[in-house]
Write a protein that binds this ligand. Structure first.
Ligand code: DX5
Ligand code: ZN
Length: 223
């Protein structure tokens, strides 16, 4: 299966959200990536359940909700009710990552575990079997438009080989500073979902940028 593109709405024009959603719906974007921030786990505050509900009413595409909040277990169910298809929580934000992953699945959503740039892959070794997705942060979470941390490529490769060894195939999503300049390297290392905020919404032609991101690597495939 070809890789997936998940534009991050954090970089969208918030005065034109209907238009932005329309653009995404007409594009090759696979998922909507929605960044929820609480001002505690990360320094920034973004939006909550009502925002997710709003986009639920505008699209049939997958809503990929990235919770950058402390004690996410308190809010998982309400984000599911708001329309999230996939909910990712940070391993650093909860004392009970395994329990929260089960809670997400019981709610009916797919479950992702997210790791900050400094957090080693070994921290999720014991829950790899339980998750539908691993999110590797390639910037420190909290803001869009930051510089890609290059060490992520090594981390992706490490994670991928661990998954192969165990015969597991969850999504590997990369979040932060992703664009045409590093997409191919990330995919080669084993990632299959690319979050792209600024590189899509701040580009001159977002629809075309999404298409180009979607086509990265295809020229190298021979059937
Ligand atoms: C960062 C967020 C990212 C962010 C990505 O805390 O989790 O999803 O929106 O934005 P860009 O692609 O601009 O780095
Ligand atoms: Zn995110």
């Amino acid at each position: 299966m070809s890789h997936l593109i998940a534009p991050s709405l954090l970089a969208a024009d918030f005065t034109q959200l209907h238009k932005e959603a329309e653009m995404l719906n007409q594009s090759l974007a696979d998922w909507y990536h929605l960044d929820v921030m609480d001002g505690r786990f990360v320094p920034n505050i973004s939006f909550g359940q009502m925002f997710i509900k709003f986009f639920r009413s505008l699209t049939d595409k997958i809503l990929d909700v990235h919770l950058m909040i402390e004690e996410p277990e308190r809010y998982v169910d309400s984000f599911r009710e708001a329309g999230a298809d996939l909910i990712s929580v940070h391993v650093e934000a909860t004392k009970h990552a395994h329990r929260v992953i089960q809670q997400i699945k019981e709610s009916g959503a797919k479950a992702g575990i997210a790791l900050n740039p400094h957090t080693p892959i070994s921290s999720i070794e014991n829950i790899l079997e339980d998750v539908d997705m691993i999110v590797l942060m390639s910037v420190n979470p909290g803001f869009g438009g930051q510089k890609f941390i290059y060490n992520t490529i090594k981390k992706v490769a490490e994670l991928k080989s661990m998954l192969i060894e165990r015969n597991l195939n969850p999504h590997i999503e990369i979040d932060g500073g992703v664009g045409l300049q590093n997409a191919e390297k990330l995919l080669q290392a084993g990632a299959n979902v690319l979050v792209a905020g600024s590189s899509v919404f701040k580009s001159e032609k977002p629809t075309e940028t999404i298409e180009r991101l979607k086509n990265v690597g295809l020229k190298n495939l021979h059937f």
